[in-house]
Design a protein around this ligand. Structure first.
Ligand SMILES: *Cc1c(COP(=O)(O)O)cnc(C)c1O
Length: 434
C-alpha cells in the first residue's frame, strides 16, 4: 500500500519513506491509500483474539507489501508488551486504561511501534538516524523509551528548562545511552522552532539523516486504532451501541478511532472531550476551523490550539462537514469542571481518574444527558496514569496516590541534561559534533 500526503502535491510513497520522512515534502500529513474493511467473521469472533492478534489483523493489510507477517508479529510483540484493561465502573460506563506502558501514557502505543518499525527498516544497514523531538512532557519520554538502546538510532530531546513538571523532567533526563536531553533556555515554542529549523537546514540534512519523533508520524498513528478494536472485544453486551469518549489534543487518538471505524468497527458515536482549547468543538458547531494560541490547563497534554490531525480527519471524510458532525459529538470543560469530574468519579465509583480522563468522563456524561437513547456501552479512554498528575489529584480527592514502580525507579536516578540557549546555532553545533 502507498501512503499519500493530505496536501496531494507530492507522489504517494512507501510506508518506509513515510515513516522516515515523518512529514511530506508538500507539508502535508501521510494517510494510507485505503482503509481495508475487515471480514465479518473477525468481528463476530473478536473476543477470542488477544491484543496482539488483533494488532496483526488490523496492521497487516497496510504493511504486508513491506513487512512480512512473521516480522510484523515480532514488531508487535516487542512494541505492545503491556496490558490494556477495560475497567467497568457501572453497567454502561467503562474505562479503557491506556497507561500501562512504560511511561504511563497512551503515547507508548505509537512511540514503541514506531521505534520497532524504524529499527526494522534500518536493520543490516550502517545508516544512523537522528530522531529529534521537541517535547512539553509526555511525548519525549514515550519516544525515548521506545528507542532506548536500539542500534543505529540516536534520540535528541529538546525540552523547555523549568517548564515541565519535576516527574516529567526525571522521565526525560534519566535514560542515558542513545538518548540525549537538551534543556533549552526558552519555552516549548522555541524547542519546536529549533527542531523545525534543523529539518529545513540543507547543510545539516546533508550530513545527518534526521527524522521526527513527532506525533504526526504515520507509524505513531496506525497503532492508535488498535485498542478500539480490543475494547470492543472486551465489552460483554455487543448488542448495545458502543460509544467512545476520547480526551483530545492534537486529535491523533481520535483519528486512530476513525481509522477503526473505517475498517468496519461498529461504533455508534465518538466523543471528543476537550479542555479550554476548544477549536475542534467550535469547528463541529460552526464548520469554521480557527486555530488559536494555546491556553494552559491542568490536562496539559491536551493544550493544543492548532490540532494538526484535523486535516487528516477532513481528508478521511472527503471534507464533508455534515458527515464529520454526525459521527463526532464534542464538549469542552474548564479546569474547575475537570477537578469536579475527578472528585465525582472518585466519589461515585471509587476510581481515581487523571485530568485527561476526567474530561472524557464529563463529555460522555453530557452526551448521555442530551441523548436519552437507552443503554449503551460507554467507554472512556484513560490516557495517563493519575500518578503523573499527583498534585492535582491528591488536591482534589485528599488521598495519597500510589506511585507505580516503573515511575518510581526513574525518580531515584540522576538527571543528565545539556543546557543550550534557544539559538538554533547551538543545536546545530551540538548535532554536527555528536
Ligand atoms: C497526548 C495526550 C493526549 C491527547 O492526544 P492527541 O492524540 O494529541 O489528541 C491526551 N492525554 C494524554 C495523557 C496525552 O499524553
Amino acid at each position: 500500500m502507498k501512503f499519500y500526503s493530505t496536501n496531494k502535491k507530492t507522489v504517494p510513497v512507501s510506508f518506509e519513506t513515510a515513516v522516515i520522512k515523518g512529514i511530506a515534502e508538500d507539508g502535508g500529513l501521510y494517510l494510507p491509500g485505503s482503509f481495508p474493511v475487515l471480514k465479518d467473521d473477525f468481528f463476530s469472533n473478536i473476543e477470542q483474539f488477544s491484543f496482539n492478534e488483533i494488532a496483526l489483523e488490523v496492521l497487516n493489510p497496510f504493511l504486508k507489501d513491506e513487512i512480512g507477517e512473521d516480522d510484523l508479529k515480532k514488531i508487535i510483540e516487542r512494541a505492545f508488551n503491556f496490558t490494556t484493561p477495560l475497567v467497568e465502573l457501572s453497567d454502561d460506563l467503562h474505562v479503557l486504561e491506556l497507561f500501562h506502558g512504560p511511561t504511563l501514557a497512551f503515547k507508548d502505543f505509537g512511540a514503541r511501534f514506531m521505534a520497532q518499525v524504524l529499527s526494522y527498516f534500518l536493520k543490516g544497514s550502517d545508516k544512523k538516524i537522528y530522531i529529534l523531538v521537541a517535547t512539553s512532557g509526555d511525548t519525549g519520554s514515550a519516544v525515548a523509551n521506545g528507542f532506548y538502546n536500539l542500534p543505529g538510532i540516536n534520540v535528541i530531546l529538546l525540552y523547555p528548562s523549568g517548564k515541565v513538571s519535576a516527574i516529567q523532567e526525571k522521565q526525560l533526563t534519566t535514560f542515558g545511552k542513545n538518548i540525549t536531553s537538551l534543556e533549552v533556555n526558552g519555552n516549548f515554542d522555541d524547542c519546536q522552532r529549533m527542531v523545525k529549523q534543523a529539518f529545513s537546514d540543507k547543510d545539516l540534512n546533508e550530513k545527518l539523516q534526521l527524522s521526527s519523533g513527532n506525533s504526526i508520524n504515520i507509524a505513531r498513528l496506525l497503532p492508535q486504532s488498535l485498542y478500539y478494536f480490543y475494547a470492543f472485544a472486551l465489552v460483554k453486551n455487543k448488542q448495545l451501541p458502543v460509544v467512545f469518549s476520547v480526551p483530545c489534543g492534537n486529535l491523533g487518538n481520535l483519528t486512530g478511532a476513525l481509522i477503526a471505524k473505517k475498517m468496519g468497527l461498529p461504533v455508534a458515536k465518538f466523543i471528543a472531550g476537550l479542555n479550554s482549547n476548544s477549536v475542534f468543538y467550535e469547528y463541529l458547531q460552526t464548520g469554521q476551523f480557527n486555530p488559536r494560541t494555546t491556553i494552559r490547563t491542568i490536562s496539559n497534554a491536551m493544550d493544543v490550539g492548532n490540532p494538526s490531525n484535523f486535516f487528516r480527519i477532513k481528508e478521511m471524510f472527503n471534507n464533508d462537514y455534515e458527515l464529520i458532525k454526525n459521527i463526532i459529538f464534542s464538549r469542552y470543560f474548564s479546569d474547575e469542571e475537570t477537578i469536579g469530574g475527578i472528585k465525582e468519579v472518585h466519589k461515585m465509583f471509587g476510581y481515581m481518574i487523571d485530568p485527561h480522563g476526567a474530561v472524557g468522563y464529563l463529555a460522555l456524561k453530557e452526551f448521555l444527558q442530551e441523548n436519552k437513547s437507552g443503554n449503551i456501552n460507554g467507554i472512556i479512554l484513560e490516557t495517563a496514569h493519575p500518578a503523573k498528575f499527583m498534585d492535582v489529584i491528591e488536591g482534589a480527592i485528599g488521598e495519597k496516590i500510589i506511585i507505580p514502580e516503573r515511575l518510581k525507579s526513574c525518580l531515584g536516578k540522576e538527571k543528565k541534561s545539556t543546557k543550550i540557549s534557544s539559538d538554533f546555532y547551538e543545536l546545530n553545533e551540538f548535532l554536527i559534533n555528536y
